[in-house]
Design a protein around this ligand. Sequence first.
Ligand SMILES: *Cc1c(COP(=O)(O)O)cnc(C)c1O
Length: 351
Amino acid sequence: MSSYPAFSRRPDSTEGLVDLRSDTVTRPSQAMLEAMIRSPVGDDVWGDDPTINELEAATAARAGKAAGVFFPSGTQSNLAALMAHCTRGEEYIVGQRAHTYRYEGGGAAVLASIQPQPVENAPDGTLPLDRVKADIKPDDSHFAVTRLLALENTIDGKILPPAYVDQAAALARGAGLSMHLDGARAWNAAVGGGVSLEAVCAPYDSVSLCFSKGMGAPVGSVLAASEALAAKARRVRKMLGGGMRQAGIMAGGCLYALEHNIERLAEDHDNAARLGRGLAQIAELRLEAVNTNLVFVHMAPEHCKPLEAFAKSRGVIVALGPRARLVLHMDVSAAGVDSTVEAFKAYFAGL
Ligand SMILES: *Cc1c(COP(=O)(O)O)cnc(C)c1O
């Protein structure tokens, strides 16, 4: 097999712009696309897709778990995990700001009759353990049965302190709860914390890992867990409509990301720090401490829409609110960061 012609597609409305709205906006590189095209495929519902099988095994191995299950999205992977851990009338303890509570359409309650028990996140993203403990219900027919503690790492870009996670796991185990990690950005936690993915995942029974964020693949998540939990999640996946057929084309992009896009996350973290330093020079803005690939910036509400429009006219796409989130990823270079800082400075200078 020789070379493939350059993949051509119609430019979309954000082509060539610095897009800081999310790390989901990355497009597959030429090399990733070629890896996808070359991926052998089969019917995955029959277990026949070699690329998906390879991705599931490789991801599970990196996470230190026995098995992996490929999902079309992180939302579905998290929901399948919640459903593998809990059944109707049971509950999971989760952060108020957690994706699995706040940003997944209430799926656990709507589709699975699983009750969330939210706990206010501390500023560092952790769930205070005295609050968690107080919300673990005794065996009493008034209460839902508490089954699971669900954490998120990174959360708002922050890496959960490993010592905290160990204490949370000890509390959960002592009370007979299982542990799930929404690890959509667990690779950022590993690279940012200077530890292996396995170390990040070790305290949990199940971990949902996204390939469509900083890893740069167009689509795909893997749930890594024990054989027994993975088998349950695979059954739930079919019920949720996530059993795909020759989806090895997608898994091929994820496999490419596993091999090429992990260490480079450090560049995104460096660029986030660079953006934070640049924006901190603007008096009208207040920056939060920058962690991994996310930058949070506060501004007076009246600036949000005009600054958004001004930045767009300078080739920078941002989604602004009074607490705005700017996200670094592989399609934003240090030069893109500098043009962003310049656009923001120019806006405030022109007021
Ligand atoms: C993006 C994300 C998910 C999953 O989102 P999908 O768009 O469904 O893949 C889950 N948790 C967190 C923290 C996320 O950022």
